[in-house]
Design a protein around this ligand. Sequence first.
Ligand SMILES: C[S@@+](CC[C@H](N)C(=O)[O-])C[C@H]1O[C@@H](n2cnc3c(N)ncnc32)[C@H](O)[C@@H]1O
Length: 285
Amino acid sequence: MHEKSFMDAILHGVPPTNEQIAAYLHAFHHRNPGVTSTVMRALRTSDGRTSYEMVADRIAATEMAAVLDIGCGDGELLAAIRTRAPQAALSGVDLSEEELALAKARLAGSEADLRVASAFALPYADAAFGAVAAHLVFMLIPQVETALREVYRVLAPGGTFAFLLPRRPKQPTTLTELLATLSRKIAIRYPEFLPFAIGDRALFERFGIADLLGRAGFSALPTFDDFEVRAAVDGAWLWKAISGRYVLGSLDDELTAELHAIVIAAAANGAFDYRESLRLVSIVR
Ligand SMILES: C[S@@+](CC[C@H](N)C(=O)[O-])C[C@H]1O[C@@H](n2cnc3c(N)ncnc32)[C@H](O)[C@@H]1O
C-alpha cells in the first residue's frame, strides 16, 4: 500500500511527497531486509575491499571512542567497524525494524545500541560521537540539509563524518546502459515516469556536497575518494540486484516480467560486468 502511493506518483510524473518517500522506503525494506548488503558485499574494489570496508577503514583510522551509523540497515558496516576498532562503542539507527532485527542478530554480543530512529531527529546528545558514518543512505533523504545538521550536532568537535554516495561514472558502464534500457521500457508504458524521484540531486556533484555540508555547519572542506566496486555476475545474481533496487523492484507483474527478460538476456554470457561507481566523502567537524 505504501509502496503503491509512491509508485503511482512517480510513474505518473508527480513528484512524491516526503511522506510518500519515507513510507515507500519503510515498506520496501520491510519486504526486503538486508537487500543492500546482499548485493554490495559481493562487489570489490581493485584492491579487494568491499565498499563497507572502505568506509570502515576511514572510520577506524580516526581512533574514535564512539561511532554512529545512520541508516545502518542490517549492520554490515558496523560489523566491519567492529572488526577494525573492537574497543569502539557502536550505535546505529534505521527507519526499518526488519533491518534492525538483522543488525541485532549480526552484532549480538557487542552491546551495540541499535534504534529505530530517523536521520532527521537523532536520539542522541550533542557531540555524543567521535565519528558518524553512513553507507548509501544520504542520497535517499529528501531534506538532506536537516539530516546533515543533525550529523553536525551529534559529532564532537574534531570528529569525522564519513559517508558513501553513488556517483555518476565518467563513461557509461554495462550497468548504467542496462538501467537506461530498463527506464526506457518503463517510460513506454508510463511516459511521465520520473526515474530519479528520491533524494537531493545536489549530492551527485562534488560542489553540491560541499555546499550542503557548509550549510549544515561544517567549516572544513570535505575530501572525496571516487572508486568503483565490481564483480562478474550471472543472470540470476543480476536479477536479484536489479529487482533489489528501489522503483525497479516495485513494478507490476507484467512490467517486472518484461524487465526480467531484458536483464537475463543482458547476462546471457554468464559474466555481466556489474560495476557501481561510488564516492566516499569525509569531513572533520
Ligand atoms: C540503501 S539502504 C542502505 C543500508 C545500509 N547502510 C547498507 O548499505 O547496507 C538505505 C537504508 O537507509 C534507511 N533509511 C532511509 N531513510 C532513512 C532516514 N530518514 N533515517 C534513517 N534511516 C533511513 C533505510 O531503512 C535503509 O535501511
